[in-house]
Design a binder for this molecule. Structure first.
Ligand code: MLT
Length: 267
């Protein structure tokens, strides 16, 4: 297979496909705590988005968009001959999942949006992304570590498991400048997804860490309220990386939701 033309990915298990889309500035390895719980009975597919992990950056990072990232996820499903999947994205992965659900609703069996937002960046946030782009280009990706990594985890997890922040710092250093810049541009220039929420009628689960410092709970509440068929789960004590801060409760929320859906369908 010509792997460089599609996204690189990891795959575990067999069964109904569940695609896990990572956040910024990370890669598919952020889902390590989900694999043992979610893979049994399911086909877990974890891509590296364009420019992250093992997927090379875009030829023109300045032109990268969330819609293009969503189209690459669709291309990956095509390559794997998967017509419909559960699409789960966290933060930037959630922005991609929202773009995917808007563009390819027929490919979404269930939408799971974790610690994300339907809103576009504010003017202030856009300006800080531009500063981060300039900093990465001037000083390299490591210069972004103090700006990005400390906000990811709940303070308690960061204190109890310091290796996690080192792991994420390693992911930032392992990402090329072109990869990080492309991601920052795509996030900075993302469209407002709020007008499309009402048309997203697929069963949806919205999960948020109560202490999410990047995309706070009210943004997830807004998504769940705007979608016709959404359930909101708030995880006390968890931060932005709710799947890492509270892996057992995150996994249980996903599994319960999917099991309840299949029970509903079979009755
Ligand atoms: C992420 O976790 O993907 C990013 O923090 C999202 C963002 O900065 O908007």
């Amino acid at each position: 297979m010509e792997r460089t033309r599609t996204l690189m990915f990891d795959e575990h298990g067999h069964g109904d496909p569940l695609l896990l889309v990572h956040g910024f500035p990370l890669n598919r390895e952020m889902w390590a705590g989900q694999v043992p719980a979610l893979a049994p009975g399911r086909r877990l597919i974890m891509p590296d988005l364009r420019g992250f992990g093992a997927t090379p950056p875009a030829a023109e990072p300045a032109a990268l968009t969330l819609d293009a990232m969503a189209a690459e996820v669709r291309d990956l499903l095509d390559v794997l001959s998967i017509q419909r999947a559960v699409i789960c994205g966290l933060s930037m992965g959630g922005y991609v999942a929202l773009a995917f659900a808007r563009r390819f609703p027929e490919r979404v069996q269930v939408l799971i949006l974790a610690d994300t937002s339907a809103r576009p960046d504010t003017g202030e946030r856009r300006a800080s992304r531009t500063e981060q782009i300039e900093l990465a280009e001037r000083a390299g990706t490591a210069a972004l570590i103090p700006l990005l990594v400390p906000l990811l985890l709940a303070p308690r997890t960061a204190a109890e498991v310091p290796a996690l922040e080192r792991l994420y710092a390693g992911m930032v250093v392992g990402t090329s400048v072109a990869g990080l810049v492309g991601g920052l541009i795509a996030i900075r220039d993302r469209a407002d997804s709020r007008p499309f929420l009402a048309a997203m009628t697929m069963p949806s689960l919205v999960i948020v860490g109560e202490q999410d410092a990047i995309t706070p709970p009210e943004l997830s509440e807004e998504i769940a309220a705007g979608m016709p068929n959404a359930t909101l789960v708030t995880l006390p004590g968890a931060g932005h990386m709710a799947n890492v801060d509270a892996p057992d409760r995150f996994n249980a929320a996903v599994l319960d939701f999917l099991r309840n859906l299949s029970t509903d369908v079979s009755h």
